[in-house]
Design a protein around this ligand. Structure first.
Ligand code: TZD
Ligand code: CA
Length: 528
């Protein structure tokens, strides 16, 4: 009979979880010893980076990822990054090594006291199996929970003396099990929705990250085309659900109550698909909906459905819902205003303007480039300049927790070897996940990290102004040499101050097929 470790490896293999993102300690070594040849271990030097790499990897590959952390300390280090995974609904199976079962109660060194409580409320579910024999079944449960809607991270703590115990014979059933969501709109619900869309004079679609996560972008385009309706991206987007140069595309909704109501004025039916209603950020109280508008939300997340402050919500698989809606709605022929031209990029005497930088990327990066963005003061500049035609092309930290971007870019590149990944990372944000550069170098993951160096926490300067808090300290980060740091971690790096130098550096990095860092001196700008 197999031991618990072998039974677990077999289970992970069946679920395609043969890449382990981790940072080991004594509690984890017995699990990692004897890792089969078809598994690979991706070492991260800090657990925040480990988790964010796994998150990027899982989102980009459209499946789950497996993480192995060290006890409570490693889990704690990962929790900042975990704030994003909950809101991006990333299926992550996070395991942590526990001390020997019989010694946990004494609170020996590295005992993870009350382990299942530690990662809450940032996981969907957490557990420490009641005995060694239940470890494989618990890990199987974790994998299924992570992958069932709404997807998300789960946590399992395993005492290290469990791995050598014999697995029960019933374990063999686990590898054969499947679970699948069967939730879709009923015929009645579909009819009601189609009728509402038919009756509406001016319907509008608001799309969220779940559309991209479920690879439903083409279905969204079909629906938009059938309805001749304008399309917005829901506030605070962590992914890009719709081609940004499609004639229906209107932009990203502002992350404030008043701003959303203003942008949607004139619409009588607002159909929100695959997004919470809504992820506001700036507090700008006012009417939640424009006069006379009805809002209907489709989401796979019952929590998102329940907590929305307005509108009706149906909990459903959104790919299925979009496809069936696109088939069922009678085509309309409403006039759409022409798509606005991309405005000329602004320039600045104080460094490259972010708009200029994004325009240069639009012109010089390969057509199927993937962006992982964590540069907080440049969102307006980014969406005004970019042309994102494809699914799976844009990632941003879903809860705004910094430390996602740089490691996630490494993870996305690992998942998508055939596409070039470019991280667009602020000089503030880069520091929270900087150790991922070492992982990129160690495994030769050819991601390009562009560091936007404006010497400050740009977004916070803007916030300080609108919150009337401009005397707040600690908003500047001068004097960081990212080229030196990158070379210290083994990544080729260069620092540029002009457009032409940036384009040359980008071309060189693209030709290199190795990880590269380009530090760019940028002008301080405001997010909007
Ligand atoms: N710490 C963490 C983990 N997450 C955060 N969101 C913050 C602190 C607060 N914060 C923001 O919300 S934006 C920001 C901070 C520190 C500034 C980021 O600076 P940057 O980008 O250089 O990366 P910009 O473009 O200069 O704003
Ligand atoms: Ca900055």
């Amino acid at each position: 009979m197999a031991d618990v470790r072998k039974a677990t490896y077999d289970l992970l293999r069946v679920h395609g979880l043969t890449t382990i993102f981790g940072n080991p300690g004594s509690n984890e070594l017995p699990f990692l010893a004897g890792l089969p040849d078809d598994f690979r271990y991706i070492l991260g030097l800090h657990e925040g980076a480990v988790l964010a790499m796994a998150d990027g990897y899982a989102q980009a590959r459209g499946g789950a990822a497996f993480v192995n952390l060290h006890a409570a300390a490693g889990t704690g280090n990962a929790m900042g990054a975990l704030t994003n995974s909950v809101y991006s609904h990333t299926p992550l199976i996070i395991t942590a090594g526990q001390q020997v079962r019989s010694t946990i109660g004494q609170e020996v060194m590295l005992a993870n006291v009350d382990a299942p409580t530690l990662p809450k409320p940032l996981v969907k579910w957490s557990s420490e199996p009641a005995c060694a024999q239940d470890v494989p079944r618990t890990i199987s449960q974790a994998i299924h929970i992570a992958n069932l809607p709404a997807k998300g991270p789960v946590y399992v703590s395993v005492p290290y003396d469990d791995w050598e115990q014999e697995a029960p014979s019933s374990t063999r059933h686990l590898a054969e099990r499947t679970t699948a969501p069967a939730n879709s709109l009923s015929a009645d619900q579909l009819r009601t929705l189609v009728e509402a869309l038919e009756r509406a004079q001016h319907p509008v679609l608001v799309l969220g990250p779940e559309v991209d996560a479920e690879r439903a972008n083409d279905e969204a385009v079909r629906l938009a085309d059938a309805l001749c309706a304008p399309v917005w991206i829901a506030p605070s987007p962590s992914r890009c659900p719709f081609p940004t140069r499609h004639r229906s595309f209107r932009g990203v909704l502002p992350a404030a109550v008043r701003g959303v109501a203003y942008a949607l004025t004139g619409h009588d039916l607002i159909l929100v698909v695959g997004a919470p209603v809504f992820r506001y950020h700036q507090f700008a109280p006012g009417e939640h909906l424009p006069e006379g508008a009805r809002l209907i939300q489709l989401t796979s997340d019952a929590g998102e459905a329940a907590r929305a402050p307005m509108g009706d919500a149906w909990v459903t698989g959104i790919r299925d819902a979009l496809a069936r809606l696109a088939d069922a709605v009678p085509g309309r022929d409403a006039p759409l205003p022409p798509l606005a031209e991309i405005p000329p990029a602004r320039t600045s005497p104080d460094g490259i303007h972010p708009e200029q930088l994004f325009a240069l990327l639009r012109e010089s990066a390969p057509g199927d480039v993937v962006y992982v963005k964590e540069s907080t003061s440049t969102s307006g500049a980014f969406w005004s300049q970019m042309d994102l035609p494809r699914p799976n092309t844009f990632y941003f930290p879903a809860s705004g927790g910094l430390g996602f971007g740089l490691p996630a870019a490494v993870g996305v590149q690992l998942a998508l070897p055939d596409r070039q990944v470019v991280g667009l990372i602020g000089d503030g944000s880069a520091n929270y996940g900087i150790t991922a550069l070492w992982t990129a170098a160690r495994y030769d993951i050819p991601v390009i990290i562009v560091i936007l160096k404006n010497g400050t926490y740009g977004a916070l300067r803007w916030f300080a102004r609108i919150l009337d808090a401009d005397k707040a300290p600690g908003l500047d980060v001068p004097g960081i040499d990212f080229a030196a740091i990158a070379s210290g971690y083994g990544v080729a790096a260069t620092s540029v101050r002009t457009s032409s130098d940036f384009v040359s550096a980008l071309k060189e990095a693209l030709a290199g097929n190795h990880p590269a860092v380009i530090e760019v001196e940028t002008a301080v700008t405001e997010p909007e």
